[in-house]
Design a protein around this ligand. Structure first.
Ligand code: ATP
Length: 378
């Protein structure tokens, strides 16, 4: 693992580059009629890794390109420490951008690729050699220095691309789906390497992905984008456990959260009931948590698979649709009322068509507005 090899991330003997807060303020960008980004803003502290997460076309890459200076915004400002950088040329912004397609020079060796940014900066040959060797050691590329990119594996190529980004000691790293070309195992490995490297260098980093697992495992903060709008900015824990709306709840988590459309009613005695659950509202939702409903209102109940506990005494009844074996556990689907619900089970005996009982973990339920999809209550 790389952690043990990067106790001293200073690569040029001058100490690490000073790190500063990135402040992105109210960025708006349109392509013709299409609004690609609408009032996007956030602060990123030194050492923090922010993952910009969202489906294809939500504006992630555009955001990164605007910060890098490859695209200009119609509105908004970008500050790095006390410097406003959106008015500067890309080369003066002091940041490194890494793409999924590596962008290595095919005719150069690994050593030459790594040294290239320093050559541009007119760093002396001796210093270049020292720094290339340090970066190669940090990224476990010592044995690859004389090879050309075509002779490397995908993971090695991506390490060279990262090395080239690091060697310049930028004040900001921008990574655009850098692991998309790698297989699952290598991706998981490189994720850990990038996080440990980034924590060691303490450089604020924005990492773009559409992969929610990558976001949850790597981020200090996640910015969820949809159609250019910010849906939520929060820690992985906040995003997963307190999603701001049904889009965030549905995008983050695999298997996906279950949504059950419910109707709330009260009788003349003031007693509540929730269809199709067949229980009182209070039994689903502790008092004092801020959800106010009127009789006849509908809402969406969000139930993550892990909030479903199957057992003979469960107060709800479902019928098994199918069971999928995942090795360490099983993921099953059942019919409940008109809804298909996914849950985890250890049982080997569930067969399609079997009736089961289940309970819900009540501290793990989410309530959303049926029209806007916004979270209800605290
Ligand atoms: P992906 O994950 O597929 O790369 P993304 O979230 O990074 O998607 P962007 O590439 O930022 O999305 O694009 C956001 C929206 O802006 C998309 O609808 C895209 O078609 C549009 N767009 C991006 N660049 C341009 C451009 N140069 N001209 C016109 N439209 C563009």
């Amino acid at each position: 693992m790389i952690e043990s090899q990067i106790e001293n991330p200073q690569v040029n003997g001058q100490g690490s580059a000073s790190v500063e807060t990135l402040s992105v303020r109210e960025i708006c960008k349109s392509f013709g009629e299409h609004q690609a980004l609408v009032n996007v803003g956030f602060d990123l502290q030194p050492g923090e890794l922010l993952v910009a997460l969202g489906p294809s076309g939500c504006g992630k890459s555009t955001l990164l390109r605007i910060i890098a200076g490859l695209e200009s915004a119609e509105h908004g400002e970008i500050w790095l420490g006390s410097r406003r950088i959106d008015t500067l040329a890309p080369k003066d912004r002091d940041l490194s951008l890494v793409f999924q397609n590596y962008a290595l020079y095919p005719h150069m060796t690994v050593a030459q690729n790594l040294a290239f940014p320093l050559k541009v900066k007119k760093v002396s040959k001796d210093q270049r050699l020292i720094q290339v060797n340090k970066i190669a050691e940090m990224l476990r590329l010592e044995d690859q220095l004389t090879k050309r990119p075509a002779q490397l594996s995908g993971g090695q190529r991506q390490r060279v691309a990262l090395g080239r980004a690091i060697i310049r000691q930028p004040k900001l790293f921008l990574l655009d789906e850098p692991l998309s070309n790698l297989d699952t195992e290598l991706r998981a490995h490189m994720r850990r390497e990038i996080v440990s490297l980034q924590k060691s260098l303490h450089t604020p980093t924005i990492y773009v992905t559409h992969d929610q697992t990558e976001a949850l495992t790597m981020a200090d903060k996640i910015l969820v984008l949809k159609n250019g709008h910010m849906c939520q900015l929060g820690t992985p824990d906040e995003i997963y456990n307190s999603p701001a709306d049904t889009f965030v709840a549905g995008f983050v988590g695999a298997p996906k959260i279950n949504f059950i459309t419910c109707n709330y009613k009260t009788d003349s005695m003031g007693r509540s009931s929730v269809a199709p659950m067949g229980v009182t509202f209070e039994s689903l939702y502790p008092k004092g948590r801020g959800v106010v409903l009127s009789s006849g209102d509908s809402f969406v109940l969000g139930v993550r698979p892990e909030a479903i506990v199957v057992g003979p005494l469960g107060e709800f009844k479902g019928r098994i649709k199918e069971v999928e074996f995942l090795g360490d556990r099983r993921v099953a689907t059942m019919f409940f009322a008109d809804t298909e619900i996914t849950f985890y089970t250890d049982s080997k005996s569930f067969k399609p068509g079997a009736d089961i009982n289940f309970n819900l973990k009540k501290d793990n339920l989410h309530f959303f507005d049926v029209e806007t999809g916004r979270r209800l209550g605290l």
